[in-house]
Design a protein around this ligand. Structure first.
Ligand code: UD1
Length: 423
């Protein structure tokens, strides 16, 4: 398994292009199952999770062609010759459950393995299933698989999510586009990835109102057509690289970055003493020489709140802040696995249940550390960039699921970072 070697050094200066959003692309790809006509996604990120979704769609009979080095995905699912999403693929990635709603809506039956995914808590799929039941799906759980049927097709219905779920909102939204009649989804997720999905589905002919608010109304149509759709900018990649100059000092411009995608995160960074400026090409972030990051308290929440997917990176930053910060994780119960690794680098962190108290120290020291999930892995790389000496982050396959060309993007700004192939 490869590892990443990072050597702490001085300020970073330069530009980093931000890719299309992994999480948006992973829900836009299954949307191809809703139509017999081609769906083409542009601005796709080049990541192992996208290759996993490609393999899953191909296993169902869809054609997926990767063009322009993976930046364009041309998909078509004229005939679906298999309606079973197998455990061997689904276990690699939780987002695989997103093929359930579209297959069921189009052909009235589907069998999908219960997913695995990042080890950040229990992550059940009960809300996906309840929302589909509200549309008339008949579900049975057998031997680790969800067997779903909708004899006569799905029917519009009203469903109120008891807690906000991005994936369950996406599954229900896709399924409802082909259900007979009107569907109302209440307490729906408002993430930019949901808005992007709704825009793509509308391009395919769906009738949707209210995306980006907590009530989404869908008027079912008989069929959807083809479309070409650009994947929205990855707000988590954006936030992650915005932190690079916050850690190391200097000024980095994030090309394609938009403040509206990361407003809550920007406010916390500014409170911590980091300057953010909107430029013609995106966002520029800087920390002046000689200044120190200030402690801030952070609570993760569904959009538009502070994203859980930036919590690990923010915690790593606050390890060397002046003062004590409290981070509260409200989305996933077990998402502080990066804390023991940061402690190995000299951080002073106490974790109690869903709270982590970070007492700022002057500087972290390089150490061998282990990536425990996708966002944790990048938090350790960022910490290593500002630490004294060398940090080796192992198990970087997590990183490759969600960040394309990390070494290239950071070293272009002056970071000392390299991939070490396993022997
Ligand atoms: C998506 C993102 C992930 C992000 C998360 C929260 C993708 C591919 N992944 O994950 O990066 O961290 O949103 O912003 O888009 N829950 C249930 N039952 C369900 C579904 C969810 O109890 O059926 C719970 C989860 O355990 C969690 C909370 O709801 O506590 C939110 O999860 P959800 O928004 O569904 O996350 P994902 O869609 O899996």
């Amino acid at each position: 398994m490869d590892s990443i070697l990072v050597t702490g050094n001085g300020p970073l200066n330069g530009q980093i292009p931000i890719a299309g959003a992994k999480n948006a692309c992973l829900t836009l790809m299954p949307a191809t199952l809703l139509s017999e006509e081609p769906l083409t996604l542009t601005n796709a990120p080049r990541l192992s999770d996208i290759r996993t979704m490609t393999a899953l769609l191909q296993s169902l009979g869809a054609e997926v062609t990767s063009l322009q080095g993976g930046k364009v995905l041309a998909m078509s699912s004229h005939d679906l010759n298999n309606h079973k999403a197998d455990y061997e693929i689904v276990r690699k990635m939780r987002a695989s459950i997103l093929v359930l709603g579209p297959m069921l809506a189009r052909d009235g039956h589907a069998v999908v393995s219960l997913p695995g995914g990042c080890a950040i808590g229990a992550r059940p799929v009960d809300l996906h299933l309840k929302a589909l039941e509200a549309l008339g799906a008949e579900l049975e759980l057998k031997e680790g698989y969800v067997h779903a049927k909708a004899p006569g097709g799905l029917k519009g219905g009203t469903f109120e999510f008891p807690i906000v779920s991005v994936g369950a909102t996406e599954n229900a939204l896709m399924a409802a586009t082909l259900a007979k009649g009107t569907t109302v989804l209440k307490n729906a997720a408002r993430e930019p990835e949901i808005v992007d999905l709704a825009q793509c589905l509308r391009r395919m002919g769906a009738q949707i109102d209210g995306e980006g608010t907590s009530t989404i109304t869908i008027q079912g149509v008989d069929r959807l057509g083809g479309a070409t759709h650009p994947v929205v900018t990855d707000r988590i990649e954006l936030g992650t690289y915005m932190l690079a100059p916050a850690f190391c000092g200097g000024r980095v411009e994030l090309l394609g970055g938009k403040r509206s995608l990361v407003e809550a995160f920007c406010q916390k960074l500014e409170q911590a003493g980091i300057a953010i400026e909107e430029t013609e090409a995106g966002l520029a972030v800087s920390r002046a020489a000689g200044t120190r990051v200030q402690a801030v308290d952070v609570t993760t929440e569904p959009f538009p709140g502070f994203p859980t997917d930036l919590q690990a990176q923010m915690m790593a930053l606050l390890c060397t802040a002046e003062g004590t910060s409290v981070l509260e994780e409200k989305i996933f119960e077990n998402r502080f696995m990066h804390a023991p690794e940061l402690i190995r680098m000299g951080a002073n962190i106490d974790v109690h249940g869903g709270h982590a108290t970070v007492h700022g120290v002057d500087r972290l020291k390089g150490a061998p550390v282990m990536a425990t999930d996708l966002r944790a892995s990048v938090s350790l790389i960022l910490a290593g960039l500002a630490a004294e000496g060398e940090t080796v982050v192992s198990r970087v396959y997590h990183l490759d699921r969600g960040y394309e060309r990390v070494e290239e993007k950071l070293s272009a700004c002056g970071a000392k970072i390299e991939r070490v192939a396993s022997t």
